[in-house]
Write a protein that binds this ligand. Structure first.
Ligand SMILES: [Zn+2]
Length: 504
């Protein structure tokens, strides 16, 4: 079976949709934009609240409570804890067809605490987790965008159902494959996912890569390392032998495959032969098939390592995601909204901060982006991954970027945290929410777009049957990042904002 095979080129990027027959939606969009501009300070407040929560994957308790609470206060029906994720939720509003899903992540990264607006490395809480990409803005854009769309739908009597998903632990590629596996997208017709970037940007075709995240734990027997090492069976030997095996295999991998690892347990002290040792691997591929092949090979290597060291092993799959793909019809729809809305109007101070930071981070110094990136042909596939991938093979999906961060800065670096609670992030979030609201309005007002998206999706995914790479009985890793978050939360809590947003 071809798994996640290269998307057939859907042809030249012709305008598949006949815009002349589309219902005019300018009054609905004006209504939604007014809503967003009126609530701009609330959007900023939501963005900043999440920034200071800075919660790691699976530990986003405050964040998901705030986001789902806002949706609930505004008439959405909330289901918390979906698929066994304490910090995941789904929120729905409306009735009937089409059912359009919006989903995004809101987790932070370890040791990425960074003060806002300061163009040099300076932590809010030393060593603590922090937002150094902008998933805080993702949360703000999703909530604000769907609230504006809902308000316009209500006002103008547009039928359809909005289904909103809070997706925990994107950084460890965890939640959305579970949501898809457990049927949460079975009734969904199309999906949109906003993501922070440094400019408006959307693409179609394969955008990101597949990944399987798996922890290998080897079990041996402890012994006194000095007086009776022959009585021990060394689990660390197995981890090292697996590493040697994988290093040899790397030479013979296909060019579209990669793997990386960290050793998460190697014993406690040298006078005790380690009875337990553990290594955490990421297996990457441009297709689901490629990532799966690396994983299958790694299990053989682990088996060999266990045999050589007289140990046993078990493997725990933490995440398994398909490569994110963009649907052409939906990408063109979003692109049209980008062009209508345009890049934010940056102030001289905002541009100056961007230039100062770019210089400090030794990036090219060209300030903030005032252009809307043109979409020309299929996207160039990145080797990074996102757990939204599975959704994009289940239903037509667009992943679109909005400008809440500074260009030329690497994510997960202190510099990528600087703009995230400044007016740069705030303006970018309002712009992103406008794009989301306008795209939703366009789809609900012109349901022919859904049929068109489904038709292009069928063509794009021809020959590839989606299946979940997650083991059928796999449960979410609910304790992921728990110890680290508990360690830092008391200090971080002192920086939580006293004021909560309120949309009206
Ligand atoms: Zn992300």
């Amino acid at each position: 079976m071809m798994i996640g095979a290269q998307t057939p080129n859907p042809g030249r990027p012709d305008r598949a949709r006949d815009m002349t027959k589309a219902k005019d939606t300018s009054s609905e969009k004006t209504f939604a934009f007014d809503y967003l501009e009126r609530n701009a300070s609330e959007i900023a407040l939501l963005n900043d609240n999440i920034f200071y929560f800075a919660e790691l994957g699976m530990q986003e308790h405050e964040t998901s409570k705030l986001m789902s609470g806002l949706l609930e206060d505004n008439g959405f029906h909330i289901e918390r804890g979906i698929s066994g994720f304490p910090t995941g939720f789904s929120a729905s509003w409306g009735t009937g067809a089409p059912v359009i899903a919006v989903h995004t992540e809101y987790d932070s990264n370890p040791d990425n605490s960074q003060q806002s607006g300061v163009a040099e490395p300076r932590a809010i809480v030393e060593g603590a987790p922090g937002h150094c990409e902008g998933h805080n803005a993702n949360g703000a854009v999703m909530v604000a965008g769907v609230l504006a769309a809902k308000a316009a739908m209500e006002r103008h009597g547009l039928p359809g159902t909005l289904k909103v998903f809070g997706a925990p632990a994107e950084e460890q590629l965890v939640s959305r494959p579970y949501f898809v596996r457990d049927g949460h997208f079975d009734d969904v017709d199309a999906a949109l996912t906003p993501h922070v970037g440094a400019q408006f940007n959307v693409g179609y075709g394969l955008i990101q890569s597949a990944l399987i995240s798996a922890i290998f734990t080897f079990h041996g027997e402890s012994a006194h390392a000095g007086s009776a090492p022959w009585k021990g069976r060394d689990a660390l030997d197995a981890v090292i032998l697996m590493d040697v095996g994988m290093a040899e295999y790397r030479e013979h991998m296909m060019p579209n495959m990669m793997c990386q690892r960290v050793i998460t347990h190697g014993g406690d002290q040298p006078n005790v032969i380690p009875k337990r040792a553990q290594v955490w691997w990421y297996f990457r591929g441009s297709t689901a098939q490629a990532a799966h092949a690396v994983f299958e090979r790694a299990k053989k290597v682990a088996e060999g390592a266990a045999l050589m060291s007289n140990t046993t092993y078990e493997v725990d799959v933490q995440g398994a995601v398909w490569p994110v793909r963009g649907n052409q019809t939906l990408a063109e729809l979003v692109q049209a909204e980008y062009e209508q809305i345009g890049a934010p109007d940056w102030s001289a101070e905002e541009d100056a901060l961007a230039r100062k930071l770019q210089a400090a981070a030794q990036a090219s110094v060209d300030g903030l982006s005032r252009k809307v990136t043109r979409m020309s042909g299929p996207a160039v596939q990145k080797s990074a991954s996102n757990d939204a991938g599975d959704v994009s093979w289940k239903v037509p999906m667009a992943k679109f970027y909005f400008p809440s961060n500074i260009p030329n800065i690497n994510f997960h670096h202190w510099a990528a945290g600087v703009a995230l609670a400044t007016s740069i992030a705030h303006k970018g979030a309002v712009a992103g929410a406008k794009v989301l609201a306008a795209s939703l309005i366009e789809i609900f007002a012109n349901p022919a777009i859904v049929a068109q998206a489904k038709a292009t999706f069928a063509k794009e995914t021809e020959g590839t049957a989606y299946f979940s790479m997650l083991p059928a009985d796999q449960k979410p890793p609910v304790d992921l990042n728990k110890a680290m978050m508990e360690r830092f939360r008391p200090e971080m809590r002192k920086h939580y904002l006293a004021k909560r947003p309120h949309f009206s």
